[in-house]
Design a protein around this ligand. Structure first.
Ligand SMILES: Nc1ncnc2c1ncn2[C@@H]1O[C@H](COP(=O)(O)OP(=O)(O)OP(=O)(O)O)[C@@H](O)[C@H]1O
Ligand SMILES: [Mg+2]
Length: 159
């Protein structure tokens, strides 16, 4: 099984980053776990807004959940938006019931994914965002599962 499919995109604006998220959102299936890696202000929330919009969630509803850890949104698919920045130990992750959410079909997006990766099932796609200058972001989509590989293969041509 080839699981190493990846895509590297360059974004020049927040709108373009959201559009890249939208591309991913447009081909998303239920029960998908997406990880976002990147420092403060890299564009993780911005990308999540695009993902949400593609599944029928208003962009303005998706905000930085830093103080709440986990926010559910109800679009065509339930989107759970997690921010792991303030999670201190694995038991906090267990309380979120991620396995059950995935079984029920939710799409889960985790900001600061690397901080809780060891407590979660395998990410289908890991997205790494890196600021290369004030307005430019290098965005890499990396498949970690067969499902993720198919997702990346199906991504529309956005950049
Ligand atoms: N090309 C770009 N793509 C995304 N954001 C950009 C881009 N250029 C500039 N920005 C700015 O970078 C910031 C990205 O903020 P965002 O909240 O999405 O980051 P984040 O990675 O979620 O940060 P945090 O770790 O605080 O949650 C915004 O202020 C946005 O205007
Ligand atoms: Mg954020």
């Amino acid at each position: 099984m080839t699981q190493h499919e990846n895509r590297i995109l360059t974004s020049s604006s927040p709108d373009q980053t959201a559009a890249f998220g939208g591309a991913l959102g447009s081909v998303l299936q239920r029960s998908t776990l997406l990880g976002l890696v990147g420092s403060l202000g890299a564009g993780k929330t911005n990308l999540t807004q695009g993902i949400g919009e593609a599944i029928g969630i208003a962009r303005t509803d998706v905000t930085s959940p830093t103080f709440t850890i986990c926010v559910p949104h109800y679009g065509r698919v339930k989107l759970l938006h997690l921010d792991a920045y303030r999670i201190k130990d694995g038991s906090e992750v267990d309380e979120l019931g991620i396995d059950e959410e995935l079984e029920e079909g939710s799409v889960i997006v985790v900001e600061w994914a690397e901080l809780i990766e060891e407590f979660l099932p395998q990410f289908d796609v890991m997205v790494t965002l890196q600021a290369t200058d004030e307005h430019q972001r290098r965005i890499e989509f990396e498949a970690r599962t067969e499902k993720g590989r198919r997702l990346i293969e199906a991504l529309p041509d956005v950049g």
